[in-house]
Design a protein around this ligand. Structure first.
Ligand code: DGT
Ligand code: CA
Ligand code: CA
Ligand code: ZN
Length: 566
């Protein structure tokens, strides 16, 4: 909020001390690493360097009321699109102000137009080079920074869908686009509806209290900027007729590449496919449902997660699409932390939530001894944990806990517990947390070759859009896993999704089994399983490829066989 106040002041033409003070406050808070509510209630905010009494008062106001008057005043009257433009690399408040004042530009899209039409180049101090740079910034922004993680995208889509359901004119309703395909990041949300009185439906959409700006609204479509978390996100709505709903949903689900290939396929049959339907001459022969459209083209129904033009059309034509794994097939989460290391929840709570999710077992896998950063368990502590699990299992019917640990793979490729301790565990998960990029491939392969290790967690270590991950030769890692019959993880945290769809598919094709695990550090995180399952579906995985779908007994048998040979 302080950053936005500074932006707003600059957009209004202010420079100097006040702007700098807000920027500094924003940076200070971002790096604080302490509980701000505790500081506030102890009256110790002003002891933090960079926070003076004015800033402290505003923080207190926000914590007490959920609002900050200064912030609301500062952004009042400024179109939300101006702030979106600030997110473009190489575009600062001065440029945005000039664009707005001189050219009336209020959104990134209008900025793009202004550059392409040559109007930007006419402004003093701008020129074509600057325009080209901004375009480049817009493109990188489109590729990375401005995209949503799946959790935010689902949350936003759910908000909009629930709101749209309140309008009694709405008939069918769904989201499409990259979110329906389960892509790891989502640019904007695409909503599709049918219903009488399209104008009324559009109005219902554009007047949601969280709509900060209407980018465009017509008789059957609208685009808005919707408040989401600390920023705004674009949501597109289309209202279509029942007879074309399936064709429109197919079209707006994409991907673009899938659509282009599908349209070409229609052409070879002298048919025309568009968002309005599948046409023979001018007669619509399909369009009401997606199934109808695919079937009229001689294809089985293709699940949205497969629609990336990665072979799904041929597979659908030949009737060999996989039956994709689903959330309801998942019997267990196999990588969960508790308060024994750096998790927030206790053993019993984890068990209860897992039961509530319909699981029959869970692997509690806290960090290992040398993971000091995460409160790792000493060998003694781990052995006591194993005793506890044994006691629990001897009493528990219908739900079991696996004795497990997320064991650091040391820099020399060795494991962070002695073999004697590892032997006691049902499931040994190897994991690299430190020494990124150096010899990661070798370390991981050493772990995969270790006779007591079953699985490697989050193999690349990437954080989507933030961290590239280790410099690792995944092909080699997959080969090692295949050779030793070891398991690779799809980490279901929406910011990791590691392995990703492409590599998980490669692993499956190499004969490697996968696990989908939340790596939960709090009870709420256990719900991330859905993001992992979506990723697995995008990787063409079936129930048979995913060890979380095995019953406890079968899983224990598999884990035993991995150690003793098949
Ligand atoms: P996003 O929002 O960047 O994460 O990705 P999408 O896939 O949601 O893309 P979006 O929102 O631009 O458009 C939604 C769908 O509409 C897209 O997946 C396919 C369809 N679509 C958009 N533009 C075109 C196009 O030029 N040709 C074809 N065939 N389809 C398109
Ligand atoms: Ca989209
Ligand atoms: Ca869109
Ligand atoms: Zn973990």
């Amino acid at each position: 909020m302080f950053g936005r106040i500074a932006d707003a002041l600059e957009l209004k033409g202010e420079t100097g001390f006040r702007v700098l003070a807000y920027r500094k406050a924003a940076r200070t808070l971002a790096d604080l690493g302490a509980d701000i509510e505790a500081l506030d209630s102890d009256g110790r905010l002003e002891e933090v360097p960079g926070i003076g009494s004015g800033i402290a008062k505003k923080i207190h106001e926000y914590l007490a009321t959920g609002r900050m008057q200064k912030h609301d005043e500062a952004i009042a009257g400024l179109p939300a699109g101006l702030f979106e433009m600030l997110d473009i690399q190489g575009v600062g408040p001065k440029t945005v102000k000039q664009l707005h004042d001189k050219l009336g530009v209020t959104t990134p899209a209008e900025l793009k137009q202004a550059i392409e039409s040559g109007r930007l180049a006419e402004l003093p101090g701008m020129g074509e080079k600057k325009g080209a740079n901004i375009l480049k910034g817009i493109r990188t922004g489109e590729k990375t920074g401005k995209r949503m993680y799946l959790d935010e995208a689902f949350e936003l889509a759910d908000t909009v869908i629930s709101h749209m359901k309140l309008n009694t004119n709405v008939g069918q309703l769904a989201f499409g686009g990259s979110l329906r395909r389960g892509k790891e990041t989502v640019g904007d949300i695409d909503i599709l509806a049918t219903g009488a009185r399209a104008g009324d439906i559009i109005k219902h959409f554009t007047t949601h209290p969280k709509v900060r700006q209407v980018l465009g609204a017509g008789d059957t479509r609208a685009s808005v900027l919707f408040e989401s978390r600390d920023r705004t996100r674009q949501v597109d709505l289309r209202v279509v007729a029942e007879a074309e709903y399936g064709a429109a949903l197919q079209y707006f689900t994409g991907s673009k590449d899938h659509n282009i290939a599908l349209r070409a396929m229609a052409q070879t049959r002298d048919l025309k496919l568009s968002e309005y339907g599948l046409f023979q001459d001018s007669r619509r022969i399909a369009g009401r449902t997606e199934e109808e459209v695919y079937s009229a083209l001689g294809l089985r129904y293709i699940e949205p997660e497969l629609r990336e033009n990665r072979g799904e059309l041929v597979a659908a034509a030949e009737g060999r699409l996989p039956v994709l794994v689903g959330l309801k097939d998942i019997m267990a989460d196999l990588h969960v932390h508790t308060s024994a290391s750096d998790g927030a929840a206790g053993f019993d709570e984890v068990v209860e939530v897992c039961k509530g999710q319909g699981y029959t077992h869970v692997a509690i896998a806290d960090h290992s001894a040398s993971a000091g950063y995460a409160g790792g368990l000493s060998e003694d502590e781990l052995l006591r944990h194993c005793d506890r699990v044994d006691r629990f299992n001897s009493k528990s019917r219908g739900f079991k806990v696996l004795k497990s640990s997320e064991v650091d793979i040391k820099t020399d490729g060795g494991m962070d517990y002695s073999d004697k301790v590892l032997e006691r565990l049902d499931l040994v998960i190897g994991s690299i947390h430190q020494g990124f990029k150096k010899e990661a491939t070798k370390r991981m392969c050493a772990a995969l070759a270790h006779p007591l290790v079953h699985m490697v967690a989050h193999p690349t270590g990437r954080i989507i859009g933030r961290r590239e991950g280790y410099e690792i030769d995944l092909e080699q890692v997959i080969d090692c896993a295949a050779k030793h019959h070891k398991i690779l993880e799809i980490n279901a945290f929406y910011g990791r999704l590691d392995l990703n769809d492409v590599w998980a598919r490669r692993a499956m094709e190499a004969g490697v089994k996968l696990a989908i695990n939340t790596d939960a550090h709090a009870l709420a995180d256990l719900a991330w399983m859905r993001y992992g399952v979506i990723t697995a579906r995008r990787a063409w995985l079936t129930k048979a490829d995913v060890i979380n779908c095995l019953s406890y007994t079968r899983l224990m048998k598999l884990l035993g066989a991995i150690r003793t040979g098949f």
